[in-house]
Write a protein that binds this ligand. Structure first.
Ligand code: UDP
Length: 239
């Protein structure tokens, strides 16, 4: 069983909420381990893997600022939340024997590595999973934008966006039984129709650099590996 991967280097973007299981907040270790297993199974195919994990399971800047906190401070708290998630994922991956580096956009040397592009590329070449933490390091951005930025810098062939559903639909498939999934959709259609793939700055950055976004279900066991070996359902956002 050694399917040939169709990609050599990819970015996996997951939300912070993907790590919380049914807890409603924070980190659920069995869920983190399950996702780490999915990552390992792709790593085992010889694919070089970058990851960005959101922070919404712990803190979101917009929520904090809606409650009266200064926006930039709240955003820094959100970025710190992503570092915690990255460390949890590193721990889960390394307990499965996958060497991993957490690389932060905000230097915190005692905790993880600072972001140095050439060094990160080298890690990938050596087969280490690179988890990019602290978003872009700037307030007013999201981790979707961070994933797109790092994917471009690392020359990933695509961003794999793991969600609760197996692609992009014309309307919310959880609420509408007649929602239709797209096999392919253009960046411009995603923007014009406000299809909930990623925020507009992330989509524009992907479009301007011709970086495809593969939206797939993270809940489907073996789904990530399946798509990388040419199987399964997903939506490809591209030109
Ligand atoms: N954030 C930020 N700049 C970035 C990335 C993230 O300020 O480049 C902050 C922002 O406040 C955001 C929070 O970090 O709400 C958590 O990230 P995000 O909401 O993207 O996480 P997800 O929804 O993917 O869990």
């Amino acid at each position: 069983d050694a399917p040939q991967p169709t990609y050599n280097r990819v970015m996996l973007k997951i939300s912070g909420e993907a790590l919380m299981g049914d807890q409603g907040f924070g980190l659920n270790p069995p869920t983190v381990e399950r996702i780490a297993q999915e990552v390992k199974s792709v790593h085992d195919m010889g694919v070089e893997i970058c990851m960005v994990i959101g922070g919404g399971n712990i803190f979101r800047g917009l929520q904090g600022s809606a409650q009266g906190m200064e926006r930039t401070t709240a955003d820094y708290m959100g970025m710190l939340a992503t570092v915690m998630n990255a460390l949890a994922m590193q721990s889960a991956l390394e307990s499965l024997g996958v060497f991993t580096r957490v690389i932060s956009a905000i230097p915190m040397d005692q905790v993880c590595e600072p972001y140095i592009r050439r060094r990160a590329v080298r890690h990938l070449e050596k087969g280490r999973v690179c988890i990019f933490a602290a978003g872009t390091g700037n307030p007013y951005f999201t981790t979707d934008t961070a994933a797109t930025l790092r994917a471009n810098e690392m020359a990933c062939e695509a961003i794999f966006k793991g969600t609760k559903v197996d692609g992009v639909y014309d309307k919310d498939p959880v609420k509408n039984a007649d929602a239709v999934r797209f096999d392919n959709v253009s960046y411009d259609d995603v923007l014009a129709n406000r299809l909930g793939v990623m925020d507009a700055s992330a989509i524009a950055l992907a479009r301007d650099n011709n970086l495809p976004i593969i939206v797939f279900s993270l809940d489907e066991p073996g789904g990530f590996r399946g798509i990388l070996s040419g199987k399964g359902t997903y939506t490809r956002v591209g030109n």
